[in-house]
Design a protein around this ligand. Structure first.
Ligand code: B12
Length: 478
């Protein structure tokens, strides 16, 4: 059977597209789904984020040429309108092609695909589900089952769609990703830290991996607790280390929501890496309170190759941390920053810009950004995610089509400052963050061509942020 697995890119693409100039990770979700399928299937992964031209034309050409029996789409909420359009194109080419959608949005809000050209909506972990759908297809059985794979043909679709997402399977049952199905040279992440003061490249080829699923917290802006009910599923240390050892890339990005929650597990992984002499470099996310509780784990991980830790600091304002339900004080953020600095691990600080920011709030955040120096610093605009309580509470306030604009850069809530001014300040934050960047501060040597590439991409990105306000202006044909 011919199976085409597709990852679209966002609709309002300019800032996201330019963001991808610094980081473009492999479509691990589709590799895992492919990993569950039988060897005999013919599988193609199409990452439309890599396509320079119009994604719809590329998809149409590929589908006509390759003639799949089934097309499987993945996507975040920001990709939903693109997925619906791609499903439409699929059915126009050949109405017999089965269209399946999975991923974050499909899991949370399957009802959004009602009456679309999607046949089956898969909720939750997909590594074993597509295999079952394919088996049923071959046996001539109904393709939908339980609360995992729903079909819009089912008269009870809307009732089932409103139920809780299905429980995740045991982590050791989730298949390993089929990494061979993609052109690995296309995936990279900007790497600004170096212990030797020099880097062979600023944009190394990077592999991504997942060692745990879920998070024990329930921050208001996050969807994970809605998906997993605060369950935290963990892979065995030996299993994690074996996968790391099997990767040909030297640089690894961990996609876990919060990898370090279980300090004992993380200690075992680091010890195994050191014992087996596996020398790679890692990026991971961690909460600031995890770093503060277990600095010794980060010390050990530094020895094992941990280069950069992304920390959702979110804010340095007590009231905002409370509003976001972070369940930690600003002091913990400050302690975590100090610990990483002392250990020589690069901090990537992620801040949330609140739509109600005044000019004074922006200035305070500018100061905090510069004070972090040296650190990578990034910013998103507080945006309720579809499927969260936060979204439901704000539904009457949206200033635009919240699905189309949801990318955490375009605000969907009203801003206190006029939009033009808001985005001037927002882009200035990114501009300032470049001054705090470790590359510049630590005078790390990189090839000139990479340096120029970073400057050009950075400048384009900053300008695109400044111009976001234009996306809200009425179009000529409106
Ligand atoms: C790493 C990450 C990123 C990476 C990109 C990762 C990548 N692979 O390309 C970066 C940092 C670039 C990023 C950017 C953004 N991200 Co992000 N990201 C994540 C994170 C932490 C992990 C995602 C991941 O790859 N997980 C691993 C894969 C294997 O798991 P999975 O996607 O769930 O897939 C499984 C199942 O869902 C299912 N499945 C998935 N697809 C399919 C398809 C089929 C056919 C089937 C059958 C099954 C199936 O099976 C899969 C196999 O295990 C998630 C949090 C999370 N836990 O999801 C946030 C998350 C997905 N991101 C989010 C957001 C908002 C963004 C941004 C919009 C924010 C921003 N402006 O920076 C951008 C958008 C980028 C874009 N290109 O569109 C939100 C999305 C919320 C939503 N409602 O959609 C999340 C959920 C964070 C959150 N806590 O709210 N992100």
């Amino acid at each position: 059977m011919r199976i085409l697995l597709v990852k679209p890119h966002a609709q309002l693409l300019v800032p996201i597209r330019l963001q991808e100039g610094f980081l473009h990770l492999e479509p691990l979700e589709l590799e895992i789904v492919a990993g569950g399928l039988e060897q005999e299937e013919e599988i193609k992964i199409l990452d439309l984020g890599l396509v320079k031209k119009d994604q719809f034309t590329t998809f149409e050409k590929t589908t006509k040429l390759w003639q799949p029996d089934l097309v499987g789409f993945t996507g975040y909420s920001t990709n939903i309108s693109a997925i619906k359009k791609l499903a439409e194109i699929t059915k126009t080419i050949n109405p017999n092609i089965i269209t399946v959608v999975g991923g974050i949005h499909a899991t949370l809000l399957p009802e959004d695909f009602y009456k679309s050209r999607i046949d089956i909506v898969v909720r939750g972990e997909g590594g074993l589900v597509l295999k079952e759908i394919v088996r049923r297809y071959k046996q001539g059985e109904p393709l939908f089952y339980d609360d995992v794979a729903l079909t819009t043909q089912d008269p009870e679709f809307m009732i089932k769609a409103k139920t809780e997402p299905p429980a995740y399977p045991q982590v050791d049952k989730i298949p390993l990703p089929r990494r061979d199905l993609i052109d690995r040279s296309r995936y990279f992440c900007i790497w600004t830290s170096s212990d030797s003061g020099r880097l062979k490249t600023l944009f190394p080829q990077v592999a991504s991996m997942r060692t745990s699923i879920g998070c024990a917290f329930s921050c208001s802006f996050c969807i994970i607790h809605h998906l997993m009910h605060r369950k935290y599923l963990q892979r065995q240390p030996i299993d994690v280390v074996n996968e790391i050892a099997s990767l040909k890339e030297e640089y690894i990005y961990f996609l876990d929501d919060e990898m370090f929650l279980n300090n004992q597990r993380c200690q075992q992984i680091a010890e195994l890496l050191l014992k087996r002499g596996i020398k790679k470099k890692y990026i991971s996310w961690a909460r600031s309170d995890t770093i503060v509780k277990h600095p010794e784990i980060f010390k050990l991980w530094k020895q094992a190759g941990l280069s950069t830790v992304y920390v959702g600091l979110e804010s340095m304002d007590e009231a905002k941390l409370l509003e976001y339900k972070k369940r930690l004080p600003v002091e913990t953020n400050r302690k975590a920053i100090a610990i990483l600095k002392e250990l020589g691990i690069t901090l990537h600080a992620a801040f949330i810009v609140h739509p109600d920011f005044s000019e004074a709030d922006f200035r305070r955040l500018e100061k905090e950004t510069l004070a972090l120096c040296p650190a990578e610093v990034s910013f998103t605009v507080l945006s309720p995610s579809p499927g969260t309580t936060f979204w439901n509470e704000n539904m009457d306030k949206f200033i635009c089509d919240p699905y189309y604009y949801y990318d955490c850069m375009h605000t969907i809530l009203p801003t206190r400052l006029p939009l033009k001014k808001f985005y001037r300040h927002f882009s200035r934050l990114t501009e300032l963050s470049l001054r705090a960047n470790p590359l510049r501060v630590n005078k790390i040597k990189v090839p000139v061509k990479d340096f120029i590439r970073a400057i050009i991409r950075g400048t384009k990105y900053i300008i695109s942020l400044q111009l976001i306000y234009r996306d809200y202006l009425p179009k000529k044909d409106d």
